[in-house]
Design a protein around this ligand. Structure first.
Ligand code: HEC
Ligand code: HEC
Length: 324
C-alpha cells in the first residue's frame, strides 16, 4: 500500500513539474519576434488605382468587415464608405482580437506605420512590432497592383482618431505561439505584377484563394492553428457563434454533396448579390454583395473547375435553443 502511495506521489509530482515547466516555457517564449522582408510599395494617387483599392477593401478583400465598428455594418451594407477605424471584437479561444484602426491617423491608426510595414502584414503575416499575426489576412499572393491599390486607398482616407486596445491572448493563444504552431506566411512564388480582371478560371482562382479567402472558410481546418486538414473548398468547417453554429457548405462540383453542382451561374450570382440571409453568420456577405459580376462569374468558373470532393454538409445553420 505504502509503495503505491509513493509511486502515486512521484507521478503527481512529476505531472506538476511538467505543468509548471510548460507554464514557464509558454510565459517565457510566447513573445517571439519574427523577421520577414519588407515588400516594395509604390503609392499612387491615380483615380483608377484608388477606385480598385476601394473596391477591394469594401468588397472582395473585405478588410471593412473586420476593420469597421460593428455599429456601422448596416451603413456599410447600404454602400456607405464607413471609416475603417476599428472597434470590432473577435473573441475566440486563442485571444480577444481587436482589428486595428486602418485610417491614416498618426496616433491611433496606420499613420504611425510605414507602407512597407502594412504590406508586410499582408504578405508575411508579421506585424509592425514583429508579432506573428494569426491567419485572418491571407493576402500573401495578392498581385503587386492590388497590394499597392489597397495601401494607396487606405492612405487617401480621412484620419480618424480612435484608440484600439491591443489584442489580448489567452493562455491557449500564447501556448500555440510558443509551440511554433502559428507561423508567418509567405508568397508561394513571386507575386504576379497584375492580373486581367475577366471571367476566367485563373482570375477566379486568384479571388477565391488570395483575395476573398473563400478557401479559408470553406475547407477543413484546425481552428486553433489555421492549418488545412483536408481538400480545399470541400466545406465542413464549423464556427461556433453567439446565435448558433454555422457550417460551411461544400463548394466543389461533386454531384451529390457539392452545393455548386445544383446552382447555375445565374443563381450563384443572384445568391451572392442578395447578401446576408442568416443573421450571425461569419461569412462576410455584405462585402461580397459589392462584388461585380465579372468577379462573381470568375469565382463560379473556378469553383466548377475544382476536383469534385464528396463531403456531405447536411445543415449549414444550427440555431441555439433559446430559453424563454
Ligand atoms: C477576418 C478579419 C480580417 C480581415 C478580412 C482583415 N483583417 Fe486586418 N486585422 C484583423 C485582426 C484580428 C487584426 C489584429 C491582429 C492582431 O492584433 O494580432 C488585424 C490587423 C491588421 C493590421 C495591423 C497589424 C499590425 O502590425 O499590428 C493591418 C495593417 C491590417 N490588419 C490590414 C488589413 C487589410 C489591408 C485588410 C484587407 C486587405 C485586412 N486587414 C483584412 C482582422 C482582419
Ligand atoms: C469567414 C468565413 C467565410 C468566408 C470568408 C466565406 N464563406 Fe461562404 N459561408 C460561410 C458560412 C459559415 C456559410 C454557411 C452559413 C451561411 O449561409 O451564411 C457559408 C455559406 C456559403 C454559401 C451558401 C449560401 C446558401 O444560400 O446556402 C455559398 C455559395 C458561399 N458561402 C460561397 C462563398 C464564396 C464564393 C466565398 C468567397 C468569395 C465565401 N463563401 C467566403 C463562411 C465563409
Amino acid at each position: 500500500m505504502k509503495k503505491v502511495i509513493k509511486i502515486l506521489g512521484y507521478l503527481i509530482g512529476g505531472l506538476a513539474l511538467i505543468a509548471v515547466g510548460f507554464f514557464a516555457f509558454v510565459s517565457l517564449t510566447w513573445e517571439k519576434k519574427f523577421d520577414a522582408p519588407y515588400p516594395t510599395v509604390s503609392i499612387s494617387s491615380d483615380s483608377t488605382v484608388l477606385a480598385r483599392g476601394q473596391y477591394l477593401v469594401y468588397g472582395p478583400a473585405h478588410c471593412a468587415t473586420c476593420h469597421i465598428d460593428p455599429n456601422d455594418y448596416e451603413a456599410m451594407s447600404a454602400g456607405q464608405l464607413v471609416p475603417l477605424a476599428g472597434g470590432a471584437d473577435l473573441i475566440i479561444p486563442p485571444a480577444h482580437f481587436r482589428p486595428r484602426n486602418l485610417t491614416p491617423d498618426k496616433e491611433t491608426g496606420i499613420g504611425a506605420l510605414t507602407d512597407e510595414e502594412v504590406a508586410r502584414v499582408m504578405r508575411y503575416g508579421v506585424g509592425h512590432d514583429g508579432r506573428v499575426i494569426f491567419p485572418f489576412m491571407p493576402f500573401e499572393n495578392m498581385t503587386e497592383y492590388d497590394l499597392n491599390a489597397i495601401i494607396s486607398f487606405l492612405r487617401s482616407q480621412p484620419p480618424v482618431n480612435r484608440k484600439i486596445e491591443p489584442t489580448e491572448y489567452t493562455f491557449l493563444g500564447k501556448a500555440v505561439i510558443a509551440a511554433g504552431l502559428i507561423k508567418p506566411i509567405a508568397p508561394s512564388s513571386t507575386p504576379a505584377k497584375d492580373m486581367k480582371q475577366e471571367a476566367s478560371v485563373v482570375y477566379g482562382e486568384y479571388l477565391a484563394n488570395s483575395v476573398a479567402n473563400c478557401a479559408g472558410c470553406h475547407s477543413p481546418r484546425d481552428l486553433k492553428t489555421g492549418e488545412f486538414t483536408g481538400p480545399k473548398f470541400s466545406g465542413g468547417l464549423a464556427f461556433e457563434e453567439v446565435s448558433g453554429t454555422f457550417i460551411t457548405p461544400n463548394l466543389t462540383p461533386d454531384p451529390e454533396t457539392g452545393l455548386l453542382a445544383k446552382w447555375t451561374e445565374a443563381s450563384f450570382i443572384q445568391r451572392l448579390k442578395a447578401g446576408l440571409v442568416h443573421e450571425g453568420t461569419p461569412m462576410p456577405w455584405s462585402s461580397f454583395a459589392m462584388m461585380d459580376e465579372v468577379d462573381l462569374k470568375a469565382i463560379y468558373m473556378y469553383l466548377n473547375s475544382l476536383p469534385p470532393t464528396k463531403n456531405l454538409v447536411a445543415q449549414t445553420v444550427i440555431r441555439k435553443e433559446t430559453e424563454e
